[in-house]
Design a protein around this ligand. Structure first.
Ligand code: NDP
Length: 323
């Protein structure tokens, strides 16, 4: 089978391409510039790439730019979306437009193609948990599942524009799929960690780095879900291959409070500059994610601690961390 992956050079996109090639797929990777060796070099070295990977230029913001890339493919994995580490100067142009209009354009090209059977979209837990009372100190039994949706107004009010971008992009995708009869399955990963294939540092890897390199001085009152990048890629392919897959799927192996993250890291890497000061005396948030839905599809997860260790290993190898 032949499939297309947008954002093929990214942290998650690269793992999807790697596993697809390992499974024998022909892969069309859509990237901003196929000639940019610094960004795509690692893809060209993947086993099977020479024989079965073709890179193509795809401009998310240009309507129709993916029409020819999707013509003849059986499925589309849409992973491309900005994942900024700080608020970009122009939120609309740099973040919301590529996420939302980009998704609309990708889905429109996919629905024009006569061969695409299913689109798998990479959304996020940011489209699930960004609302006022998702995590709370009071309700210890709260289990967050796929029925939860982030609140766009709340996202705007706390200037969480990335969460806004993912929420609106996913909503746009569902509206489009319903109106056009497109077979869409959505992945909602939590914080994704593991071996980094690209040569650049991505946002989720940077979160763990922040706890180790001294740049984070206080432990925030926040919850994390963790999932191994290889499992995220595997789940995307599961979602494409299993006809019974439908709707959204939370991808998360374990839920931890930032305090637990700091404690775990201190045990694993006592020599690093792990923050030990809790940000305030607010009661700790509690709650858990449920990934039961994807588990029912047959998905098994790697323990989060392995994902963290492999993330740190990559950071050391790349020279991003020296403790
Ligand atoms: P990366 O930053 O590594 O990858 C993002 C990809 O999107 C890159 O290929 C990037 O291309 C592409 N992209 C971004 N903006 C544009 C644009 N304007 N035009 C064309 N391409 C663009 O991040 P991840 O791999 O982590 O993210 C991939 C997807 O997974 C995103 O949709 C993200 O929201 C989602 N996700 C990630 C999580 C995580 O913890 N990492 C958690 C949950 C969801 P280029 O390199 O050229 O900029």
């Amino acid at each position: 089978a032949t499939v297309a992956v947008t954002g093929a050079n990214g942290f998650i996109g690269s793992w999807i391409v790697k596993l697809l090639l390992e499974s024998g797929y022909n892969v069309r990777g859509a990237v901003r510039d196929p000639a940019d060796v610094a960004k795509v070099g690692h893809l060209l070295k993947l086993p099977g790439a020479k024989e079965r990977l073709v890179l193509a230029k795809g401009n998310l913001l240009q309507e129709g730019s993916l029409d020819s890339v999707f013509d003849g493919v059986d499925g589309v994995f849409h992973t491309a979306s900005p994942v900024p580490t700080t608020t970009p100067p122009d939120v609309q142009k740099d973040l919301l437009d590529p996420a939302i209009k980009g998704t609309a354009n990708v889905l429109s090209s996919a629905s024009k193609s006569r061969t695409v059977k299913r689109v798998v979209l990479t959304s996020s837990t940011s489209a699930i948990t960004a609302s006022k009372n998702t995590w709370s100190p009071e309700n210890t039994n709260k289990v967050v599942d796929e029925s939860w949706w982030s609140d766009p107004e709340w996202c705007e009010s706390i200037k969480s524009f990335y969460a806004l971008s993912k929420t609106q992009a996913e909503k746009t995708a569902w509206d489009f799929a319903k109106q056009n009869g497109l077979d869409l399955v959505v992945m909602n990963p939590a914080t994704v960690l593991g071996p980094v294939l690209p040569s650049t540092l991505n946002a989720s890897t940077r979160i763990i780095l922040g706890y180790l390199n001294g740049s984070k001085t206080e432990i925030p009152n926040r919850m994390y879900g963790f999932v191994h990048v290889k499992d995220v890629a595997k789940a995307h392919i599961f979602a494409f291959e299993r006809p019974e897959a439908e709707g959204r799927y939370l991808l998360v192996e374990s839920t931890m409070h930032a305090k637990q993250v700091a404690e775990l890291l201190r045990t694993l890497y006592p020599q690093c500059a792990i923050p030990d000061k809790y940000v305030d005396d607010q009661p700790l948030l509690v709650g858990t994610y449920s990934a039961d839905k994807i588990r029912k599809l047959g998905m098994e997860f790697t323990p989060a601690v392995e994902a963290i260790k492999e993330c740190v290993e990559s950071c050391r190898e790349r020279g991003w961390l020296d403790c």
